[in-house]
Design a protein around this ligand. Structure first.
Ligand SMILES: [Zn+2]
Ligand SMILES: [Zn+2]
Ligand SMILES: [Zn+2]
Length: 311
């Protein structure tokens, strides 16, 4: 069982999940626990010879019932695929899986925030290469979403709506647009190639999106990730973070969007050049201020070209 302790000096929770120390770490590919269980092959986490998308409880959970949840979402049974190489239909189906998990986990009394994410690449600590993402159900609203709710207060309305309008008016950092979504490098990006994929209309969560919007979201995410892979002509590491409305009882009771939140997906790539990583060092860790060597406008121009190459 994990244990939460409140760090008073920072005003935030720390989760101690000491059983995770022994989790599977970069196994040989014929011992991948996320591959299907093939006849004559080793038994994996997924007891089927083939599958499309699989969701199951994390065997090494950071959070578990009755104090939250931790799930694994395997995108495909093809070990060598990635989110970028999925068929459009499969990527769209993944959006519906996310939506279902958000609904089911969010309905639980011990889950105040459903956080869907993907860590890609050893640079961000991936322990299994098989294409997959994760979902944590936090028994509290964690600091980053809480900061976004504070931004709503500061801007006097939905912050992602306000910021999207500013980005569209400015135009310089836009990467990709469709009827459903807009992708851009934010005006004050922390990472050199940070990008946000934002629903064009106000949608508190995946539950509020139309089928066409979910399709548009999948298309935009794949477009961006293919561009990332084309940027340095190598699999591009990132953290992908899906931000949407908290699922506290209070938020649910108040009707759609009453608790704040606007569905958007943030990408934090640690690379600042093909070979150089951005490290979080003195200023970032000790003072909380990012120092960047790249202007977001220049990154956006470079990334737009990569997206065109990756299409
Ligand atoms: Zn595998
Ligand atoms: Zn909004
Ligand atoms: Zn966000």
């Amino acid at each position: 069982m994990s244990e939460l302790r409140f760090n008073e000096l920072r005003g935030e929770q720390v989760d101690y999940a000491i059983h995770r120390q022994d989790r599977t770490f970069l196994p040989a590919r014929d011992h991948c626990p996320l591959c299907p269980t093939r006849p004559d092959g080793p038994e994996t986490e997924i007891p089927f010879p083939a599958f499309e998308i699989a969701v199951f409880d994390n065997r090494f959970p950071a959070f578990e019932s009755p104090h939250g949840a931790a799930e694994v979402v395997v995108y495909t049974d093809d070990h060598d695929a990635s989110f970028a190489t999925l068929d459009a239909d499969r990527a769209e189906a993944l959006m519906w899986v996310w939506r279902h998990r958000y609904e089911e986990l969010g309905a639980r009394a011990d889950v105040d925030y459903v956080f869907i994410f993907e860590n890609r690449g050893v640079e961000v600590g991936v322990t299994l290469h098989h294409p997959h993402g994760q979902i944590y159900g936090y028994p509290f609203v964690p600091p980053v979403p809480a900061l976004e709710l504070a931004a709503d207060e500061r801007l006097g309305g939905c912050a992602p709506c306000v910021l999207l309008q500013r980005e569209l008016a400015d135009g310089e950092r836009i990467l990709h647009e469709s009827d459903a979504v807009v992708a851009y490098v934010p005006n004050a990006a922390r990472w050199a190639y940070e990008a946000h994929v934002v629903m064009r209309e106000h949608r508190a969560s995946l539950l509020d999106c139309t089928a066409a919007e979910l399709r548009g979201l999948a298309e935009a995410l794949q477009t961006l990730v293919r561009g990332y892979d084309a940027l340095f002509e190598r699999p591009f590491p990132y953290v992908m973070a899906v931000h949407q409305a908290p699922t506290t009882t209070h938020a649910r009771g108040g009707g759609p969007g009453a608790g704040g939140g606007h569905l958007h997906i943030e990408f934090y790539p640690p690379l600042r050049t093909a070979e150089k990583l951005k490290y979080l060092a003195g200023s970032e860790q000790g003072a909380g201020t990012f120092i960047s060597d790249t202007l977001p406008e220049a990154s956006a121009a470079t990334l737009r070209e990569a997206i065109a190459r990756g299409a």
